[in-house]
Write a new protein. Structure first.
Length: 261
């Protein structure tokens, strides 16, 4: 599945999301932290699409783990998105970041949203395996989704293995390594064979690895390009070549869950 990421598009969020919906995206990924839930809400309600045609994800911001902030921010999310439910609600970051923190209490609040039907699915973002195991050992609902940074230069294999072990859907933010894939010669050479860009090859690798990929793009042309992934398939040899691009932690482009915040 290919979703549409909305991180750092706040200034033009409504226009960009309107374009993405027109191009054909139906999975929209936003967050309280992004400051654009209202724009996403206006974009989808003005699109003519039914709510049931869309899959909308949002995420709990760091200051909102405790009451009354949790409930107030949740109601604001629904109001801004102009919906009475979200398809997926994630804890954006584990708080505190170090292992053994009380994000278990926050997860139980998400469980209540899930049981009430206000969050059709619930999950985690930027959690390490040790965080995930803490959730699994102390709560009722297994996370449906884990969303973390992943791309050819940083596979995030430890989280991926944990997700696979517990049948948790693995979503990749920054699947293009913040533009880093566009100039990679291996991706470029493979793409030339299929008439595809390096970015398309990177996204196709993610899909064939079993990831949900969440690219973002501000122009209709690039939005279309990032969706045009289903008329070719990478060979096992090509997948192995891309696998070799992994740099481990050196390839990470975003904050580490244990040091951010």
């Amino acid at each position: 599945m290919v979703g549409f990421g909305t991180y750092k598009v706040a200034d033009r969020a409504q226009e960009i999301v309107e374009s993405a919906l027109e191009v054909g995206y139906r999975h929209l990924d936003t967050a309280q932290m992004y400051g654009n839930e209202a724009e996403v809400g206006r974009a989808w309600t003005g699109s003519g699409l039914a709510r049931s045609d869309l899959f909308i994800t949002s995420k709990l911001d760091n200051p909102n783990h405790r009451e009354p902030e949790f409930s107030a921010s949740w109601q604001q999310t629904l109001e801004d998105l102009q919906t009475d439910y979200v398809d997926l609600f994630l804890i954006h970051w584990p708080l505190p970041m170090r292992y053994g923190g009380d994000f278990v209490t926050t997860w139980r609040q998400l469980e209540e949203l899930h049981h009430s039907g206000q969050a059709r699915a619930i999950g985690l973002s930027n959690f390490e395996p040790e965080h995930i195991e803490t959730i699994l050992a102390n709560t009722e609902v297994v996370p449906h989704v884990i969303q973390v940074e992943s791309h050819p230069f940083f596979h995030n294999e430890r989280v991926e293995a944990c997700a696979r072990e517990h049948s948790i859907v693995f979503e990749a933010w920054s699947p293009l390594a913040r533009g880093g894939t566009t100039t990679d010669p291996t991706l470029g050479e493979i793409g030339a064979k299929y008439g595809k860009s390096p970015a398309q090859v990177a996204l196709r690798w993610g899909l064939q690895t079993g990831h949900v990929v969440l690219p973002k793009a501000s122009t209709p042309a690039r939005q279309r390009e990032n969706l045009d992934l289903f008329d070719f398939r990478l060979t096992a040899t090509e997948m192995a070549l891309i696998d070799q691009l992994d740099r481990g932690e050196a390839g990470r482009t975003g904050g580490h869950p244990l040091t951010r915040g």
